[in-house]
Every structure is written in structure tokens, then in C-alpha cells.
Design a protein around this ligand. Structure first.
Ligand SMILES: *Cc1c(COP(=O)(O)O)cnc(C)c1O
Length: 224
């Protein structure tokens, strides 16, 4: 391992304010890297591919909590549902239905976040604010006993312009307030604002992130 994971891990985690958790994004990194963060006390990791997650989950300690953060195809849901702790990347009602259906088979309730598209870039993934409102307005989610919507996830534009990034995260934070008030006012579990990556997590925290997803800054560059 040619990267000082423990030092980098502490650089990120030691300065976090109360109420902000770190999801260590370990995709494309080997178990050795995960174990280095684990031995410093980290228990929450994020992965974005089902196969890779499966291999890691089956060989690493049981007390690791795994978050799924990547694009999830509905036909892959059944593979991660038995052990996943949170699916952060729900971007359609179809996917939500499938998570609910598979979770019921395992008698589990799976925590999820709705993924917003807030960046300028034209990626395929994430819900616009209106799409998100439509899903929540439909009320179908209220009948889903095996999923629990715990908050929102978002990624800012990949730019150097700090004010642009701040604007996007703050829009997401305002939208969180709208959704909280309208649909989840009495639900304490709806409280997560998952935003902030290696290059922008400090801005995200200033915009009320509760969960930062940091990979590169802890584990080094990914080798694809
Ligand atoms: C890869 C990834 C991250 C981590 O990105 P870094 O720049 O390595 O910190 C965070 N969130 C999502 C959704 C990702 O796919």
C-alpha cells in the first residue's frame, strides 16, 4: 500500500463537526485499504458496484456498515438487500418499489436516500426537484413498509468555482427543508443530507451536510 490511509483518514475525520458522519468511499480499493481505515475505527463504508461490494462484504468484518452509492439497476437489488445498511442512490419510483419488494422477502426495512440531480452537468442520474416532489406527492411510498426514506443525497458540479458548488449544495439544503416540512415533519429518521466528496466536503458541511462521502482524499486515486 503506497498511500498513508491512516494519516489521510485522520485529516478528514478529526476535523468533522458534531452531526457529520463520514462514509469512506472504498470503491476500486482493495481490502487492505479498507482494513487500514477500519483499524483506525471507521465502520461505515460506501461502494458503487454490486459485485465488488459482495466480494468485500463476504471477506471483511461483519460490523462494517455498507452504503450503496452508485447507480443501481433494479435487477441487482436482490443481491445487496440481505446486508446493505443504506441505499443512497434511489432515483426512481421503480427502484424504490423493487427495494421494498426484496426487503420484504428478507423481512428487513432498508434505509434509503433520494438522489437529487443538482449539478450543471448532464449526467443521467438523480431526480430533479420536480421529479422528487412527484414521487413524494404520489404517496405510494407511504404504503411501502420495507423501505424508510431517511433523507436526500446530492453531488455538486465538478468545477473549481466554489460559489457554484456552494449554490448547488445550498439549493439542496433548502429543498431538504421543503421536503422535511411537507412530508416528514414528524419523522425523526428523515434527517440525512448526504453531500460532499473529497474536493468539496468542506463546502458541503457549510451547507448543512450530515454525511460526507470521501474516497480519494483517504485512499488515494482510484485505479480503474
Ligand atoms: C466515488 C464517489 C464518491 C467519492 O468521490 P471522491 O472524489 O473519491 O471523494 C462520492 N460519492 C459518489 C456518489 C461517488 O460515486
Amino acid at each position: 500500500m503506497d498511500y498513508d490511509v491512516s494519516k489521510n483518514f485522520h485529516d478528514v475525520v478529526d476535523g468533522l463537526p458534531d452531526g457529520v458522519r463520514l462514509v469512506a468511499i472504498s470503491k476500486y480499493h482493495t481490502n487492505e485499504y479498507i482494513e487500514a481505515a477500519y483499524s483506525e475505527g471507521q465502520r461505515l463504508f460506501g461502494e458503487s458496484h454490486e459485485q465488488e461490494l459482495k466480494a468485500k462484504h463476504s471477506t471483511l468484518p461483519d460490523d462494517i456498515e455498507w452504503h450503496f452509492i452508485g447507480h443501481l439497476q433494479t435487477n441487482k437489488v436482490k443481491y445487496i438487500v440481505p446486508y446493505i445498511s443504506m441505499i443512497e442512490s434511489v432515483d426512481s419510483i421503480r427502484l424504490l418499489r423493487e427495494i421494498n419488494r426484496q426487503a420484504a422477502r428478507y423481512d428487513r426495512v432498508i434505509d434509503v436516500l433520494l438522489e437529487l440531480h443538482i449539478a450543471k452537468e448532464d449526467t443521467k442520474y438523480g431526480l430533479t426537484f420536480d421529479e422528487c416532489r412527484n414521487i413524494l406527492d404520489s404517496g405510494e411510498w407511504r404504503t411501502m413498509d420495507n423501505v424508510r426514506i431517511c433523507g436526500l443525497m446530492a453531488m455538486a458540479s465538478f468545477v473549481d468555482d466554489v460559489s457554484q458548488i456552494r449554490k448547488e449544495f445550498c439549493m439542496a439544503a433548502d429543498f431538504f427543508d421543503e421536503v422535511k416540512q411537507k412530508y416528514f415533519a414528524n419523522d425523526d429518521y428523515f434527517r440525512e443530507r448526504s453531500w460532499g466528496m473529497s474536493h468539496d466536503y468542506r463546502i458541503a458541511i457549510a451547507c448543512r451536510s450530515t454525511m460526507i462521502r470521501v474516497g480519494t482524499k483517504i485512499f488515494g486515486p482510484r485505479v480503474y
